[in-house]
Design a protein around this ligand. Structure first.
Ligand code: COI
Length: 352
């Protein structure tokens, strides 16, 4: 069922002031945003309005108790100049899984999809076309009750804004295996895109930066042995001719880029295993010369090649990027599907 979205267009676009060649991730915001509020069990007044500050009560429960979730997805231009989205329904479904875990109302599909499509259409001149760039889309839902008691909020706001971006990691990354802090535990919120999952990563990542690393590899909360995910990505390792990625077990994010990589590789006949993988196994593979590739996958990062892994002080140096069969194949195939320059046998692309 189509919904009616009120449109309040900005009087003047800021797009001409943007230097699309030199965009720093997450610093430039497009002209408009979509907003819908939830009150008395009803989603009210869906609207597109100029991107700008919003007024919040100091007692807003999202700020105090973290009842806040988000998504990340991207829009691209196809060769005909049309705007298109990559797997938006998968993001929508994941957002509602996060909402359920955080005791928030699920967003109706027609509101999410129509708001998203109309927003991207209205700001389509903001979609960059350089390889590796995209219009990053940030939907988020947060609790708005001005009440400081701890209970699920009764009111919420759902907003989508967009920003033109280049790759999240401009070059291959150096990572260190985290053995002190824990990201998630069974029964926790590790699978959800809850704001707090990212807040808790900041101190360990800051400590890693001080030691000269770009990111950390999270390990399981019991033994710090099994690989979970990295800062903003899921992880893949290529051992011999087998691609291995940690299984989805409730503690890691069900990455849509992760799932796309698995499907692309299976479709091309590669051996791929979704299972527990220990750092010990990776270190042993490295010692035998079998660790051919390691990379993170995520909407923002796309494919982040890992250049070096530090595990208990042992430095594992990965082959040069030009020699990486799997991560290069995935980067090129995904990039091609995003922009419809490579066939999309999976039906992932949705035109707006
Ligand atoms: C994404 O890849 O969309 C993410 O959510 C990572 C983000 C925290 C930059």
């Amino acid at each position: 069922m189509a919904i009616s979205v009120k449109i309040n267009k900005s009087t003047q676009s800021r797009v001409k002031d943007v230097d699309f060649e030199n965009i720093q991730f997450g610093t430039i915001f497009s002209d408009h945003m979509f907003r819908v509020d939830y009150e008395d069990g009803v989603w009210k007044d869906p609207q597109i309005l100029p991107y700008g500050n919003i007024s919040l009560a100091p007692s807003l429960s999202a700020l105090h108790y973290g009842q806040a979730i988000f998504e990340g997805m991207k829009a691209f231009k196809n060769p005909e100049g049309g705007a298109q989205l990559f797997r938006p329904l998968d993001n929508f479904k994941r957002m509602n899984l996060s909402a359920i875990r955080m005791a928030m109302p699920e967003i109706p599909e027609e509101i999410y999809m129509q708001g998203l499509k109309e927003l991207v259409k209205i700001d389509q001149q903001w979609i960059p076309t350089k390889i590796g760039s995209a219009l990053y889309i940030r939907p988020f839902l947060f609790a708005t009750d001005d009440f400081v008691g701890v209970r699920p909020s009764k009111t919420f706001s759902f907003i989508i804004f967009t920003c033109p971006v280049n790759s999240y990691y401009p070059k291959p990354i150096k990572v260190i295996v985290e053995e002190k802090y824990v990201r998630a535990f069974e029964g926790g919120v590790g699978f959800a895109k809850a704001a707090g999952n990212y807040g808790l990563s900041m101190l360990p990542t800051q400590e890693a930066h001080k030691k000269g690393f770009d990111q950390i590899i999270w390990t399981d909360g019991r033994e710090h042995n099994f690989v979970e995910e990295s800062g903003t990505t899921n992880l893949f390792f290529v051992v011999g001719d087998t691609v291995i990625t940690p299984e989805i077990d409730g503690t890691i994010l069900q990455g849509i880029t992760r799932d796309s990589c698995i499907k692309i590789l299976k479709n091309k006949g590669y051996k791929i295993e979704e299972r527990k993988i220990s750092m010990k196994e990776i270190a042993e593979a490295y010692d035998k010369g079998l660790l051919k590739d390691a990379f993170g996958t995520g909407t923002a990062a796309i494919i982040a090649r890992i250049e070096l892994i530090n595990y208990k002080g042992k430095e594992m140096i990965l082959p040069p990027v030009e020699e990486r069969l799997i991560s290069n194949l995935l980067y090129d195939t995904l990039g091609g599907i995003y922009t419809s320059t490579v066939e999309d046998p999976f039906g992932w692309v949705v035109k707006v």
